[in-house]
Design a binder for this molecule. Structure first.
Ligand code: 1CP
Length: 357
């Protein structure tokens, strides 16, 4: 099957630090509950998994934010937790509570049973990628994604989101051997999973290490970054005649920029606690950056949004050579007013285009 030429490849070029006319922008969780049309489609699908496992619904909600805003990328609609679900942990999404696993991994016997799942169990994701690529018709690139082995491991051991990571840290300190076995299986699975997304049409890949920042120095390198690097090393980096850039986002990873920049990724996602100018100096422009507006800026009104957007772009500095993809420093809040997102996207484009001249 032949796919149309990419009409807007600014995201890919910026991630690879090639010249761009303006700073490209997309937003973490751009498809989601802040959009009334997402809530309507989700209600029709009946549940989160009903949405994610049906290629037409997944494609529809992926495209919804692109109909409203002039975004430079689409991101596959799915979730990082589909991977442990395929491993047999039994994922459920509960109203007001978020995701939860029926069978978390806590004991040696649990780990003994764990293995790399048959990718056929995730065929619904690859089908969605194919359909989205067709429907995008080359408008913007499609980003595929997965959780980092550590972040996925947090949910597998905790069984759900956590505020103190007590279960997984108990395992880390008491039985590091068990945790290493889990993380290795997660890394092997994630390589297969992301490579199959790339073969199905994903044009960039992002690894979400959302909870890397909860680890102590030394342990972050051993239990998170080591396995993220294993994934990056195993990925297909060129497909269909084009490079497939890899983005690694470690929330709370500001103090480890130099080491993360060496993991082999093309770009690093940064949260809003990091200053982009200082970050560039620290890593000597070894990789591109993606970020890093505080998503709560969206509640400050139009003037504050424009001001903070300019601050982020100014901090990165004048670039003719790409290297910056505008984004939030974490996911958009479900309480965000969609009209304010339009203000943000337009400000990124107009302000950065004027700067690039
Ligand atoms: O019921 C709903 O509609 C739930 C909201 C929701 C959405 C819109 C969840 C549940 N997942 C998603 C989609 C999703 N998740 C995307 C889609 C693409 C996009 O538009 O960006 C992506 C990339 C994710 C990734 C994801 N899921 C991460 C990593 C990014 C991050 O925010 O740090 C994590 C940690 C998850 C787990 C997850 N899924 C959903 C929730 C509420 C959570 C967090 C649970 C917790 O820790 O308490």
């Amino acid at each position: 099957m032949s796919l149309p030429q990419l009409k807007n490849d600014i995201l890919l070029r910026s991630l690879l630090r090639e010249p761009v006319p303006y700073t490209p922008v997309w937003l973490m969780r751009q498809a989601g509950r802040y959009l009334p049309e997402y809530r309507a489609t989700r209600a029709e699908a009946g549940s989160f998994m009903g949405l994610a496992q049906n290629r037409e619904y997944a494609c529809e909600v992926t495209l919804q934010p692109l109909r409203r805003f002039d975004l430079d990328a689409a991101i596959l609609f799915s979730d990082i937790l589909t991977v442990p679900d395929a491993m047999g942990l039994g994922l459920g999404f509960y109203e007001g509570e978020g995701p939860r696993f029926a069978s978390p991994i806590r004991t040696e016997a649990d780990v003994d049973k764990l293995h790399v799942p048959d990718m056929a169990k995730l065929q619904y994701v690859f089908d969605a990628v194919e359909l989205i690529r067709q429907e995008l018709d080359g408008r913007v690139p499609l980003i595929g994604f997965a959780g980092s082995p550590w972040t996925i491991g947090c949910y597998m051991v905790e069984g759900q989101g956590s505020s103190d990571y007590r279960m997984i840290k108990s395992m880390l300190y008491a039985r590091p051997d068990l945790l290493h076995r889990i993380l290795k299986i997660n890394a092997e699975t994630t390589i297969e999973y992301l490579n199959q997304q790339i073969r199905s049409g994903a044009q960039a890949a992002m690894i979400f290490d959302s909870w890397g920042g909860v680890l102590a120095d030394g342990l972050f390198q051993e239990f998170s970054l080591h396995y993220t690097k294993m994934v990056v090393d195993g990925l297909i980096r060129e497909h269909d005649g084009r490079k497939v850039p890899v983005i690694v986002f470690t929330k709370g990873g500001g103090q480890w920029l130099e080491t993360i920049a060496e993991c082999g990724c093309d770009a690093m996602g940064l949260d809003w606690t990091v200053n982009l100018s200082q970050a560039r100096q620290r890593i000597q422009d070894k990789v591109a950056f993606q970020g890093n507006l505080d998503p709560m800026t969206m509640f400050g009104g139009e003037e504050a949004i424009r001001r903070e957007v300019r601050r982020v772009i100014d901090d990165y500095g004048v670039v003719g050579n790409g290297g910056h993809v505008f984004n939030f420093g974490h996911g958009i809040s479900r309480f965000t007013d969609p009209d304010m997102v339009k203000v943000l996207v337009d400000e990124v484009h107009s302000y950065s285009a004027a700067m690039h001249k």
